[in-house]
Design a binder for this molecule. Structure first.
Ligand code: AMP
Length: 215
């Protein structure tokens, strides 16, 4: 059986950070739809052009656009033995498409881990989030600042704030999360796949909880 895993949680819950920490030990690729879309926007590909407006407004990119992207990514050789999805699925339609796609290949989801973080923490976390322009390393101005403000510890690149991390957009992303993505928790709970863990605590603490949940 492969390691077909999903990391869920509200925006800013730490999905990307934890996923990046987990993949080498798991030996599966991290598949982050947010990262894929941001790269497409930057490169101004047809996907990026389609997605940009939705992302800037904090809305979801339409299901028919994102589902095709993920199906193609899952066909890549490195995803044969499993994957860690972060930021997908975000709607019931996406979850069903994912389930169908895996089933066609005799595969299924092994576990869904939900990182629980209250709304008030989400806003503080996202507002302080900074990312390195060069290597993508993530920082937080209060919880995890680089040694020199604005400069990446790892590569010396400049850190920046994502456009959609500004407060007005964060509120919109949160309301979209509650309306469209939270219902997925019941969807996976009903299938016996969901484990919820607290996303509050140090990177190591939260990482340990996630590892226990997928063990
Ligand atoms: P993230 O980095 O996961 O917070 O994603 C950033 C933005 O990309 C979201 O606010 C959406 O506009 C878009 N996006 C990422 N993943 C999805 C998805 N599975 N479905 C629809 N839109 C997505």
């Amino acid at each position: 059986m492969g390691k077909e895993l999903i990391l869920m949680g509200p925006p800013g819950a730490g999905k990307g950070t934890q996923a990046k920490r987990m993949v080498s030990a798991l030996g599966v690729p991290q598949i982050s739809t947010g990262d894929i879309l941001r790269a497409a926007v930057k490169a101004q590909t047809p996907l990026g052009v389609k997605a940009k407006g939705f992302m800037d407004r904090g809305e979801l990119v339409p299901d028919e656009v994102i589902i095709g992207v993920v199906e193609e990514r899952l066909r890549a050789e490195d995803a044969c033995g499993g994957f860690l999805l972060d930021g997908f699925p975000r709607t019931i339609a996406q979850a069903e498409a994912l389930g169908d796609c895996l089933k066609r290949n005799g595969r299924s989801i092994l576990r869904v881990v939900n990182l629980e973080v209250p709304d008030r923490d989400v806003v503080e976390r996202i507002a302080g989030r900074r990312i390195c322009k060069k290597c993508g390393a993530e920082y937080h101005v209060k919880f995890f600042p680089p040694k020199k403000a604005g400069v990446c510890d790892k590569c010396g690149g400049e850190t920046y704030q994502r456009d959609d991390d500004r407060e007005a957009v964060v509120q919109k992303r949160l309301s979209v999360y509650h309306a469209q993505t939270q219902p997925l928790l019941d969807y996976y709970k009903g299938r016996g796949l969901l484990r919820s863990v607290s996303g509050i605590g140090s990177l190591e603490e939260v990482g340990r909880r996630i590892n226990e949940a997928i063990a």
